[in-house]
Write a protein that binds this ligand. Structure first.
Ligand SMILES: Cc1ncc(COP(=O)(O)O)c(C=O)c1O
Length: 384
């Protein structure tokens, strides 16, 4: 059997007629920049999430930049975030001259451990930036409590992996000053190139980010702020607008796939433990699956399941064996950010964030897309 990791080809086949005609319309109208599909998509993002404002932009990375620029982040400011994330989260903080201040993660959800944030707050702290890793929101109400206690603090959620996730039934935008997301093709809601968005219920911030996205311009060739060229192409908005129509259904399927993975894998683990007991009687054989840890999503939130990531002790060997069995895997992420060469200047060292370090040495993502069949899931679990 040969399994596809994200199965974008199948998805294109499924929505081909609608997507290709939407792309063709843009090509024929030649409204490549800020065409009507951009506004249409932004309106639909608001409808989907209940957000007051959605501003599309050129990527999830630029969405983070726009959000921080809107909050006037300057050199010397400190932003508290997680070391267990994609580089863009902290890279953008550093690009603006601010300092990423890391806090270790929760061992079950892999999101920032909110109970460890307060001790890191100083008078330079401007923003707390949780990341909804693999699609699961962080402890957003606990973060809001911190914000109430430290009234100058703002929250930016890096939701590059979590569009469509909910916390107590509501989209994450309702728990933050700004929510950013990415429409990179492999994300749960992906376009056909780069794309992203910032969502906010704050009209002033939205207006500012709309200007920042076009070189800080408030009127043609009049520039109120130092901004950037950060627009999302009309053609990308047209593509993802089609996909958004089907997204509720796709999200439900991702949820089903995740549930099936967990069910099948845990039943096999139980079988494994029995075998282990037997084998332990006769030799010092150790059943390696006894070291497998499945993902946990807290009961008050839903995940967009950008990844289905498990923890294993023998990752390299396992990845190789699965590859030979036609099962692609990936590691998100093999090295926490505090140990990356580019952040050497921050002065962190190994041992500073033990949970992030441990999880990054064990984590492994299995194929995840709405189209995985029961047979494929069973096959993957059996091989594992
Ligand atoms: C957590 C996180 N933040 C930011 C980004 C950046 O998004 P983009 O690739 O659209 O720039 C990503 C994308 O992989 C991400 O996973």
């Amino acid at each position: 059997m040969k399994i596809d990791f994200a199965n974008l080809k199948y998805q294109h086949e499924l929505y081909k007629d609608e997507i290709e005609s939407a792309m063709l319309k843009v090509a024929r109208n030649c409204n490549f920049i800020m065409g009507e599909e951009v506004k249409e998509f932004e309106d639909n993002l608001c409808k989907f999430t209940g957000a007051k404002n959605a501003v599309t932009c050129s990527s999830g990375t630029d969405a983070l930049l726009l959000a921080m620029m809107a909050l006037d982040i300057k050199p010397g400011d400190e932003i508290i975030t997680t070391p267990f994330t994609f580089i863009a989260t902290a890279e953008t903080i550093a690009l603006l001259g601010a300092k990423p201040v890391f806090v270790d993660i929760d061992e079950k959800t892999y999101n920032i451990d909110v109970s460890k944030i307060e001790e890191k707050i100083t008078d330079k702290t401007k923003v707390i930036m949780p990341v909804s890793l693999y699609g699961q929101p962080a402890d957003l109400e606990a973060l809001q409590q911190l914000k109430i206690k430290h009234s100058k603090l703002k929250i930016i959620i890096d939701g590059a992996q979590s569009f469509g996730a909910t916390y107590k039934g509501k989209a994450e935008v309702h728990y933050t000053d700004i929510y950013t997301t990415s429409f990179f093709p492999a994300k749960p809601l992906g376009c056909y190139g780069d794309g992203g968005a910032v969502l906010t219920n704050n009209d002033e911030l939205a207006e500012k980010m709309r200007m920042l996205r076009v070189h800080g311009q408030n009127k043609r060739y009049h520039h109120k702020y130092i901004g950037m060229g950060g627009r999302m192409d009309t053609i990308q908005c047209a593509v993802v607008n089609v996909k958004l129509k089907h997204y509720e259904k796709d999200l439900a399927k991702r949820q089903e796939v995740a549930e099936k993975y967990s069910k099948v894998l845990s039943s096999k683990l139980e079988v494994g433990s029995e075998e282990l007991k037997e084998k332990k009687k006769t030799s010092n054989f150790q059943l390696e699956t006894s070291n497998l840890i499945l993902p946990t999503v807290k009961s008050d939130r839903t995940s967009a399941w950008a990844q289905y990531s498990i923890r294993v002790k023998n990752r390299d060997k396992l990845q190789l064996m699965l590859k030979e069995a036609g099962i692609p895997t990936a590691v998100h992420y093999p090295m926490p950010l505090h140990l990356q060469e580019c952040f050497e200047y921050l002065g962190y060292k190994e041992g500073n964030f033990p949970i992030a370090e441990k999880v990054s040495s064990e984590i492994m993502s299995l194929p995840m897309n709405p189209y995985l069949t029961d047979k494929e899931i069973e096959y993957i679990a059996t091989q594992l």
